[in-house]
Design a protein around this ligand. Structure first.
Ligand code: GUN
Ligand code: ZN
Length: 434
């Protein structure tokens, strides 16, 4: 049976290639555009006048004229269990983990607690226009079951995994190399490919895993070729010193992961602030991605990621909110932070680059570039509708924008979750503001 088709009329904006490459892709827009959705996919996209005949009889047409219709945002690094600790004051990474993060994560052995936080998280990201996230769970498999069950209910494409952590954390959060690998394998069997969910093998970061556990993570990746590797890398100076002490045999932080077989084209490393030149070259060579998390890097005082150096080296980059060290669930707010941090470093990111980072770039980092991230026929119909008149100030400023690039840049600068008029998941409204 076919679900009734649905179409959206509005100002379609997308990017279908990489604006950081040698032949930089540009934005594609249809100011009066139409997007037809059928069976969860994009069935037609183009100017309204040329595409209206593709509206199936009986289809609903949502009129978003005057609003930007984009591929839904992709959050390439977040922690749903940290939804309740956003804005924890005063500490840098290691103390922040001990004082706020680990205590919060201990509660996720309770399925009711995990389910309640997952509901709040999904409500919040959909309101912000995010339709796909790569999220940490906690070390408890209960946290991952709750997240994927919520995603299955909502029909979203999500990627997550159980944290692997067998040392340097409270006893109640520790697994072992063997138990952590066995629990991960069970979760992969239960959830990878269930609905639109995918699994990421998730060692927290080098300091909380033994070599045996990192090796076990590498074995999991080899045994399950479709899953991702998701961890943290080169975030904080004290963390780097600790890694040197714990892994004296390795030639730096990235090499700790490399020796365990964790550096490949399905790997997503959060932060990467304090990378060396040779480490950037290795990431580029391996096809691994960095999730740039500017609001988190500023909030924890971790440092300034050089998107310029990463892009010059050919490293794939995406954007992450890194909730709860990050300060906003909104990829619009994260785009604005990325702009500001890159600008300090001599790189002035334009609207095409920012939109790429928040959509197709994120999709590609997660190995999902053929399914989501742009408005193209055959891709999954996950969309965000942005209202340039969402607030009095936005309406006043947007009216003065003379190009779609300027309009998008203003939306990134002044926008937040109030800017989301609607979010569509697999062709159906998942959030409606009014
Ligand atoms: N490094 C290890 N764990 C974490 C975490 O939960 N958040 C961030 N930002 N960095 C980490
Ligand atoms: Zn993180």
């Amino acid at each position: 049976g076919h679900a009734p088709a649905r179409a959206i009329r509005g100002h379609l904006v997308t990017i279908t290639g990489d604006p950081f490459g040698p032949n930089p892709a540009a934005l594609v827009e249809h100011p009066d555009g139409l997007l037809v959705m059928q069976d969860g996919l994009i069935a037609a996209v183009g100017p309204y006048a040329e595409t209206a005949h593709r509206i199936p009889p009986g289809a609903t047409v949502d009129d978003h004229r005057g609003r930007i219709v984009s591929a839904g945002f992709v959050d390439a690094h977040t922690h749903y269990p940290q939804t309740g600790i956003v804005g924890a004051h005063g500490a840098q990474l290691i103390d922040w983990l001990e004082n706020f993060t680990f205590p919060a994560e201990l509660a996720f052995t309770d399925p009711d607690h995990a389910a309640a936080v997952a509901r709040v998280f999904f409500d919040t990201i959909l309101r912000a226009g995010t339709t796909t996230a790569l999220s940490f769970g906690t070390s408890s498999p209960v946290s991952v079951d709750a997240f994927f069950a919520e995603s299955l209910r909502r029909g979203t494409r999500m990627v997550a995994g159980k944290v692997l952590m067998d040392r340097n954390a409270p006893a109640g959060l520790l697994d072992t190399a063997d138990a952590g690998a066995a629990e991960s394998a069970e979760l992969i069997a239960r959830w990878h490919g269930t609905g639109r969910n995918g699994y990421a093998v998730t060692p927290r970061f080098a300091p909380t895993s033994t070599r045996a556990q990192l090796d076990a993570a590498g074995e999991l990746l080899r045994a399950h070729p479709g899953v991702l590797l998701h961890t943290h890398l080169c975030e904080n100076d004290a963390e780097l010193a600790w890694v040197r002490e714990l892994f004296p045999e390795a030639h730096g932080y990235l090499d700790v992961y490399d020796r365990a077989g964790l550096v490949g084209e399905r790997s997503v490393f959060a932060h990467g602030i304090h990378l060396r030149t040779d480490e950037r070259a290795r990431l580029a060579d391996a096809g691994a991605a960095i999730a740039h998390c500017p609001s988190s890097n500023l909030f924890l005082g971790s440092g300034l990621f050089s998107l310029r150096r990463a892009a010059d080296a050919g490293v794939r980059v995406a954007l992450g909110t890194d909730i709860g060290a990050g300060t906003s669930f909104s990829l619009l707010r994260t785009m604005a932070s990325a702009y500001e941090v890159a600008h300090l470093d001599g790189l002035s990111l334009g609207a095409a680059e920012l939109l790429y980072l928040a959509t197709l770039g994120g999709a590609r980092a997660l190995g999902l570039g053929d399914r989501i991230g742009s408005l193209e026929v055959g891709k999954e119909a996950d969309l965000v509708v942005l209202d340039p008149a969402a607030t009095e100030l936005l309406a006043f400023r947007s009216a003065r924008a003379s190009s779609v690039e300027e309009l998008l840049f203003v939306l990134a600068t002044l926008g937040d979750d109030r800017t989301t008029a609607a979010t569509y998941v697999a062709g159906h409204p998942a959030y409606l503001r009014d």
